[in-house]
Design a protein around this ligand. Structure first.
Ligand code: P6P
Length: 338
């Protein structure tokens, strides 16, 4: 078979030449690649390396940290500080932002969830790393939280690593979405999923159905119509999935369509929702929109949200454009009757 695949690094260099870049961006993603490969190795070693189980600590979210949460965060912080491209970082696992000392002229900010879905680690279900890259605002003298509080539309790049049956990186720099599979034998990510595109329609939805008693009427209406199948108002049967790992859900949607919902509900309303805006919803919304899908809170485009706090939470509905549009329509119908 002719060996004609290209590596992620070569893909970025082609992108850089096409966009007339200086190479600093390519360097920045190269550090991310190393970090994700190291996390993939630790995830794959699992019990053999004593990496499973809890770390005996809590993160800023009040969630019990797994050993791999802490290790993945350390790997991401260390590996991405070495290149000097970043002026600062923010992590789901850390209460405050972190300035990269000696970063010289670091022009970018890195936000990440180092190991999303880690409740699945001990039962060997896919987990992932989610990252978002912003520019350091002009004239920013100190690296304070305010520098990170930029709308999702300001992202320079976003992506995720999926530690599943194979390890993949999926990345957008604002010119579409491309997927790369790690060839473990040579330690290189190879382009395997060029120009990933989400079908506008679907027959598959993802939601944690155990929360049905908390759902708002528009969400309940949407799910009930899906469950009614071809005899119902949708005139077609639907399938349901729930992995409890956002990276796995989003990847499935990029590959075959679908809609993912973690809506605002009666129980999480006080916190604003479940998923975090800056390092879960925004990067995934950027990727999904770049692949032709849509991403909304149900009432607002996620990428237009003006952030107020680093760890703020938002409702998330994303995936096949026509399904998201339908559910947003149900929300506005409901709200107009209030
Ligand atoms: P639940 C993982 O903790 C996460 O942040 C997402 O990856 C996932 O979609 C969601 O929470 C799962 O939430 O309530 O089903 O455990």
């Amino acid at each position: 078979m002719p060996y004609n695949r290209i590596t992620l690094t070569h893909f970025l260099l082609q992108d850089q030449r096409r966009l007339g870049g200086t190479g600093s961006f390519t360097g920045l993603v190269t550090d991310l690649i190393f970090a994700c490969k190291m996390i993939s190795r630790e995830v794959n070693r699992g019990a053999l390396a004593g990496n499973l189980g809890v770390a005996g600590s809590e993160n800023i979210q009040g969630e019990e940290q797994k050993k791999l949460d802490v290790l993945s965060n350390e790997i991401f912080m260390h590996m991405n500080a070495l290149g000097g491209a970043y002026a600062g970082m923010a992590s789901e696992e850390m209460e405050h932002v972190s300035a990269i000392h000696g970063a010289g002229d670091g022009k970018y900010l890195l936000l990440f969830d180092p190991l999303d879905g880690s409740s699945n680690i001990d039962v060997n279900i896919s987990v992932g790393t989610i990252f978002s890259i912003l520019r350091l605002p002009e004239g920013a003298s100190t690296i304070a939280e305010a520098a990170f509080l930029q709308k999702g539309v300001k992202q320079v790049a976003a992506g995720y690593a999926l530690y599943g049956s194979s390890t993949m990186m999926v990345l957008t720099t604002g010119n579409g979405v491309n997927g790369f599979t790690l060839d473990q034998s040579i330690g290189m990510f190879m382009l395997t999923h060029p120009n990933m595109t989400i079908p506008a329609d679907t027959q598959e939805f993802a939601i944690n159905a155990s929360r049905a008693r908390f759902w708002e009427p528009p969400v309940k209406r949407y799910v009930d119509e899906c469950l009614a199948g071809k005899e119902g108002p949708r005139g077609k049967d639907f399938n349901m999935r729930w992995v409890a790992s956002m990276v796995a859900e989003v990847h499935r949607i990029l590959c075959r369509g679908g809609v993912f919902m973690y809506p605002m509900d009666a129980e999480n309303q006080a916190k604003g929702g479940k998923l975090r805006l800056m390092y879960e919803a925004n990067p995934m919304a950027f990727i999904v929109e770049q692949a032709g899908g849509a991403a909304s809170t149900g009432r607002q485009r996620i990428l237009d949200i003006e952030p107020a706090k680093l760890h703020q939470r938002v409702p998330v509905i994303l995936g096949s454009r026509n399904e998201v549009t339908r559910l947003v329509g149900y929300h506005s119908e409901h709200d107009s009757r209030r």
